[in-house]
Ligand binder design. Structure first.
Ligand code: MG
Length: 393
């Protein structure tokens, strides 16, 4: 029996590449596809892959219905992604949607015992304290579809968890890596969007230029691999060939290398722990000639320090960091703030959040609220608070 896969966010970049990976294999099949607005493409995907059910935002229901092959069920509305999972009972749920929709669908997938392939890093950054304990309790495997975390997972296969000294993820340095601090702080939207190695959406490309993407990934690694902030490092590696390294206590460092191509991490998550063939040119190290590394220092270190702080703070700090960053990136793309303000504003928001939560602590209590007391409502409140903080700037 082929592995049955649901793709939430099938019309986005990860979703489309996942369909290409699945199409090339007989042992993988699509049982459900979900999108928000791109009903035309979703209709074409349904014709090509014949899922049992599809999800779309309510206003597109009638348009999509006409584009579907006969017998395909449509679900719409707020909980459409969750209903899609309940209706099709997939083996693997690939979540490549953004925002709160991704979180509730992730929790539904856990309830149904589906293996999770997470391409939406915000799910863990904001709600790792809810998702990971729920997955563990249900015996659900959570697999990363992020190149660095896929790399970490692959490196970790060569040793035992307690033998790991350090996990290291690489950063290309982003579009502004060769500018000095002054020039980077004043970079235009166009400069910041010109990523040298990966073609991605505008939000993540800006995150790559600020290195806030690495901050999110450090928090993601903390939750996925149960590592403290002190054991997760970032190095700048402009070629984006080494995606991650794991240093073991015997002094050996394992590295995962591949051309920058998301089909590799997608295929690994969909067929973990196996390595199905993936089309594409092999890695030609002799042709590349040189791989270089440098420490993430100065302005490149600040986002990583913020991530470590959010991990140590616990509670809703990850949600604050994520929401403040989203709002600040929007403000930059909208021409309302300079590039250099993005990280400054996130830092200020985290700082004020600490002060706010400290005030809420009962007298005599020195510890922040324990992670297990964070509710979904508290996370949503923290998210809204952080956006408001940034937008009043
Ligand atoms: Mg990544």
């Amino acid at each position: 029996m082929p592995t049955r896969i649901a793709i939430l966010g099938s019309t986005g970049s990860i979703g489309r590449q996942a369909l290409a990976v699945i199409e090339a294999r007989d042992d993988l099949t699509v049982c459900a596809l979900g999108a928000r607005d791109s009903w035309q493409l979703l209709g074409e995907q349904a014709v090509a892959h014949r899922p049992q059910a599809v999800a779309i935002a309510e206003p597109h229901r009638d348009d999509l219905a006409e584009a579907l092959p006969p017998g395909t069920k449509i679900v719409c509305g707020e909980d459409a992604m969750s209903e899609l999972i309940a209706a099709t009972e997939p083996d693997v749920v690939l979540t490549a949607v953004v925002g709160a929709v991704g979180l509730s669908a992730t929790l539904t997938a856990i309830e149904h015992g589906c293996t999770l392939a997470l391409a939406n890093k915000e799910t863990l950054v904001c709600a790792g304290s809810i998702v990971i304990p729920a997955a563990r309790a249900a015996g659900v495997v959570v697999l990363p579809v992020d190149s660095e975390h896929s790399g970490l997972l692959q490196c970790m296969a060569s040793g035992r968890r307690e033998e790991i000294r350090r996990a290291i993820i690489t950063s290309s340095g982003g579009a502004l890596r060769d500018l000095d601090d002054q020039a980077a702080a004043e970079a235009t939207v166009e400069q910041a969007l010109a990523h040298p190695n990966w073609a991605m959406g505008p939000k993540i490309t800006i995150d790559s230029a600020t290195l806030m993407n690495k901050a999110l990934e450090v928090i993601e690694a903390h939750w996925l691999f149960d590592l403290p902030a002190e054991q997760i490092d970032v190095v700048i590696h402009p070629q984006s060939i080494v995606h991650a390294m794991v240093e073991f206590q015997d002094g050996s460092t394992m590295a995962q290398l591949a051309r920058p191509d998301m089909r590799g991490p997608i295929a690994y998550a969909l067929q973990y722990p196996h390595r199905p063939a993936v089309e594409g040119d092999p890695l030609d190290l002799a042709g590349i000639g040189e791989l270089t590394f440098r420490p993430a220092e100065g302005r490149f270190a600040r986002p990583v320090e913020l991530a470590a702080r959010a991990i140590r703070d616990g509670g809703a700090a990850g949600a604050v960091l994520n929401a403040a960053n989203e709002a600040a990136v929007e403000a930059f793309l909208g021409g309302r703030i300079r590039f250099g303000r993005i990280v400054e504003l996130v830092e200020a928001a985290l700082h004020r959040w600490d002060a706010t939560t400290a005030r809420k602590k009962p007298t005599g209590s020195e510890n922040p609220p324990a992670d297990d007391r964070v509710t979904l409502e508290a996370l949503l409140d923290a998210d809204a608070w952080a956006r408001e903080e940034i937008n009043k700037q």
